[in-house]
Design a protein around this ligand. Sequence first.
Ligand SMILES: C[S@@+](CC[C@H](N)C(=O)[O-])C[C@H]1O[C@@H](n2cnc3c(N)ncnc32)[C@H](O)[C@@H]1O
Ligand code: SF4
Length: 393
Amino acid sequence: MACCNSLRAVTTDIPLSLYVHLPWCVRKCPYCDFHSLPGRGSALPEKAYVQSLLVDLAGLSDVLAARPLRSVFFGGGTPSLFSASAIGDILAGVARIGSLAPDCEVSLEANPGTVEAGRFQGFRDAGVNRLSLGVQSLQDHHLARLGRIHTAADARRAVELAAGAGFRSFNIDLMYGLPEQTVDEARADMAWVLDATAAHISLYELTIEPNTAFAHAPPTLPAEAVRGDIEACVQDMAAEAGFRRYEISAYAQDGFRCRHNLNYWQFGDYIGIGSGAHGKLSDETGVWRETRTRDAQAYLHDPHHDRTRRRIPSHTLWWEFLLNGLRLTEGFRLADFRATTGLADECLTERLQPAVRSGLVELGADRVCATPRGVRFLDSILAPLVPDDRTTE
Ligand SMILES: C[S@@+](CC[C@H](N)C(=O)[O-])C[C@H]1O[C@@H](n2cnc3c(N)ncnc32)[C@H](O)[C@@H]1O
Ligand code: SF4
């Protein structure tokens, strides 16, 4: 099938976000494969890292000049290890080099083990308007098994502090399918989360990622049938409480979807700065992936060290779009597929015919989405479609 690519001048209409990676954590959780390094307090090279981030960002001033940022996301790692003044310095630098849309969403990930009174208020004063709290569980024995640095009481306090600092828009990350977890325990966690006034919840089933401590010494997970019951329980409770599932793991009250993550799933553009960050940018010549070195020391010394920029070839561009777009329960508009990839509809629609016939995908005149069964078995849609050669040019 011939897939032609012609993005032409539409690229300035593609929304632009900024991801800032702050890779330090107090200690590594045994399930986590995110790029994170041990460190806290005076061990953090906070000032030098902020400098490097801003040098990194200045290298993309041409991209920033053409489009205001619709969202900024401080992710990690544990961004809440950074001081409010460091976050403020980064945001001031971002506003100097580029511009933030008037309603720009500015999110920051926080670990409940790293917050003391005043810190959330400081983040808010620095310009953060959305927090994402890594609660994970409300039961001490599960938190200990997950290697978390906080207790359930710390998690409750962090939620109180977030609400007390005036964050209406905050997210709670909750994990389920934990080692030896029962349905009743998961139900109790979810009941507490639904009571906690968060407007957004991310529900993640524990997955054993390669190269993590759990992969080397696997914990005893609940039996498959129990995991299924736990999943059904937490999902039903979210729906009954008025949280709409809009992506595989994301649930929000009306008006509180995460704009930043939506931009990834809708194949928008994003700049990624910081050690180990990656970005996706479009111009009239195509769609590009950028990466930054994972070596934090090298990044501190020279943020452009080992930076890569590769064009996504048109014969895999449709795939990259699909991987993201099908995660959304509402799917995507074909008009957006054309606008963000420059490809013709047939590149996608012809490939999706078998999944349509199997009842996994719905193909409308201008919209594509996975059916409820398709959302559940997303891999069954995607696995047969993996392009032979996914390397970048
Ligand atoms: C970068 S971390 C969040 C922020 C912060 N570092 C923390 O842990 O509190 C993003 C979220 O991904 C989820 N997560 C990470 N690894 C996971 C795994 N192997 N299985 C399921 N969820 C996972 C956790 O809920 C975690 O809060
Ligand atoms: S605190 Fe978050 S980023 Fe850090 S190791 Fe744990 S899950 Fe990973």
